[in-house]
Design a binder for this molecule. Structure first.
Ligand SMILES: Cc1ncc(COP(=O)(O)O)c(C=O)c1O
Length: 358
């Protein structure tokens, strides 16, 4: 069957079937693509989004001139659903992802989606693939990947005539192997974003720019790159595809960088709140100079996929700076992790509005 919708063809070839549940070992899940049963697909044309629908087809057939393919006109999101001890399902702060996707869409001149349509699409996808949700206690979750792409016939550098919004899901385990085990990072001469470019938007171009430095870091056995501020290369911006935070030597302050070229991490702002309101720490968004790492006793990478990954040490030029330890998470990092993960899996009381029950 071939369905032509708004200049793109949804083509029902089903080259591979959805993964059989019996083949999934929940305890060893990593961060790899697994085809699940149903995904949400909506189209924009002539000024409005349609109501969207669920489809089994995991292939998208695009117009060859689609702006997403040539000019990087696309953005995406990442959020997770968690199975709780009582069997219910928690979605973590989807309104924040909806808001950030609107910001990304605005930056790339793409049509925005309402909170309602974004969250409803996520809920539909979780419900339709509920059996792919890793059981409570395995440490896994169902990762949702919403995205918007510019499609339709086009050749010049301009915004697309049509758009697709889709959400698919994949059961996942930890992004960095080892969970709460510290990993080492390395600075790079490359930037992922320009000082006033698209760093604050979740757009593919930033990630394309990070592939080579990420590859080089991994070749040298580092988990990923510490990106420095693109204007002066003196302060820390991001830790690979995650935000960065550090705890001062006295254990009293949670510090995280602030910059227009950092992706505003929903996990980071959640930790900032938890650090202040649950751990009683001071919190600060400000500069963290790469030559002043000695001010901090602990450091971590945080994000939906990374959760909290303690940073053992950072290689910068010839210097290798170790924070708390290369093998153990520091005490504040551990408390933040327990608080955040406890809320996500429903074991700890969530601040108002953070959890949407599926
Ligand atoms: C570049 C980058 N920074 C930070 C994050 C963390 O953001 P969040 O906590 O919203 O997942 C991500 C992942 O989404 C990312 O890709």
């Amino acid at each position: 069957m071939r369905l032509t919708i708004l200049g793109m063809t949804a083509h029902d070839s089903r080259p591979e079937q959805a993964k059989k549940l019996a083949d999934i070992d929940w305890s060893t899940l990593g961060f790899s693509y697994i085809r699940t049963d149903l995904r949400y697909l909506a189209h924009w044309k002539d000024g409005e989004w349609d109501a969207g629908t669920l489809t089994e087809d995991n292939q998208i057939h695009l117009a060859e001139g689609s702006t997403a393919l040539h000019y990087g006109q696309q953005c995406f999101e990442g959020l997770k659903a968690y199975r709780c001890a009582d069997g219910s399902i928690n979605l973590f702060r989807p309104d924040q992802n909806a808001a950030r996707m609107r910001m990304s869409c605005r930056r790339l001149l793409m049509p925005e989606l309402s909170d309602e349509q974004f969250i409803d699409a996520c809920l539909q996808v979780v419900r339709a693939n509920e059996h792919f949700l890793p059981p409570y206690g395995t440490g896994g979750s169902l990762y949702l990947r919403p995205f918007v792409i510019g499609v339709g016939d086009n050749i010049g550098v301009r915004t697309a005539p049509e758009f697709i919004f889709s959400v698919f899901c994949v059961p996942v385990g930890p992004y960095f192997k080892g969970g709460l085990t510290p990993t080492n990072f390395i600075t790079s001469d490359y930037d992922r974003a320009a000082p006033h470019g698209t760093g604050a938007a979740k757009v593919g171009g930033n990630y394309a720019a990070s592939l080579l430095p990420g590859y080089e870091a991994k070749k040298r056995d580092f988990a990923d790159v510490i990106y420095l501020d693109p204007a002066t290369h003196t302060t820390i911006e991001e830790a690979g595809a995650a935000n960065f935070f550090a705890i001062t030597q006295d254990g009293q302050k949670f510090v995280t960088p602030q910059s227009p070229s950092i992706l505003p991490s929903i996990t980071k702002y959640s930790l900032l709140w938890l650090a202040e309101h649950r751990l009683g720490l001071e919190v600060e968004e400000g500069d963290i100079r790469i030559d002043e790492l000695g001010k901090f006793s602990e450091a971590g990478a945080c994000g939906t996929a990374a959760v909290i990954t303690p940073i053992g040490g950072i290689q910068h030029g010839d210097d290798f700076h170790v924070f708390y330890s290369e093998s153990e998470p520091g005490p504040v990092t551990r408390r933040l992790y327990d608080e955040l993960v406890g809320i996500q899996y429903g074991d700890k009381e969530a601040p108002e509005g953070w959890i949407v029950k599926v």
